[in-house]
Design a binder for this molecule. Sequence first.
Ligand SMILES: [Zn+2]
Ligand SMILES: [Zn+2]
Length: 359
Amino acid sequence: MAKKMKAAVFYEPLNMKMEEVDVPAISANEMLIKVKAVGICGSDVNYYYGNSPVGTADGKGPIILGHEIAGIVEDPGVLGASMGFKKGDKVAVNPVAPCFGCVPCMNGEFNECDNVNVYGVSCDGGFAEYTKATASNVYKIPDGMSFEGGGLAEPLACANYSVKKLHMQPGMTCVVFGCGAIGLMDVQLVKACGAARVIAIDPNDYKLEKALKLGADHVINVRDKNSRYYTEDIAETVREMNGGRLAHRALLPTGAMSAWQQALDVTRPGSTIVYFGQPSSADAVLHIPALEALQADRNIAFAWLAPLVWDNVFNELATGQVKVEDIITHKFSLDNIVEGVKFMRESKEKKIKGMMVID
Ligand SMILES: [Zn+2]
Ligand SMILES: [Zn+2]
């Protein structure tokens, strides 16, 4: 008889419940992991409320959500053991498990794998006492890093990949649109790349003040007219903040379509813009004035998932180059994870990142 565990099983929108299920059985190339911390991602919230379908073949449950996973090795499996993992190791999980055999994988474009499995999105993930992962998707957590930090390695990896595509150089000014968890990581990364000025934009002063604390040089509130950071004309304000010039770079960890237009407005000829927030709807369209963009010699890029950046992520977390303690604002137990997911959408409390933590 298989051992049993507690897990939050998602069946369909608004129907996720705590159940007793079998502890996952592992094959030779998989590891069994005792879950310690799992971030609640905006996409988990979207799945719960039916704003986007889960990644299973038919877009339906049952599935255990949660893809930002850290824990302890319970059973390293055959491959994991041969890689030097042992029971009790502290680990973080890269949820994107490529096939290593398709054409994108042959080119190292693992984020575009034709046969990808994503833990917590297309197959079971971390909102449970145990989870399993292919050994090649499991990384040891370096000394000095917490399980919470390990759980945030995945969003931080996405932030790293977006900044990689930004091609920052020392002395540049970058505007970061959106100060959610990933936006606040981006602020720190862009600054670490040598940005002379980082200007953070959000409709929420609480988040803007976090951005200031984490290294933003200036902030702009785009919505709240009562805010001391509010401005009507964003481009003009960026100019004022930036010595009379528009910005070299814009980074968009937001799906707000208004920001997609504003990014064109605040950047100068020759600039680079990286879009990577999940658009607010599946048929959202990005309008780019063709002649203006051509004559301005613009570089417009997108960043999807996070291939080939995880090594840097662990360095950033272990050294404190990227601080995550201020980003995690709410913690929930496994028993309360359904409430936690709802809280992240419905609560009026000041919040940025929620995590499930198992003591
Ligand atoms: Zn995520
Ligand atoms: Zn592949």
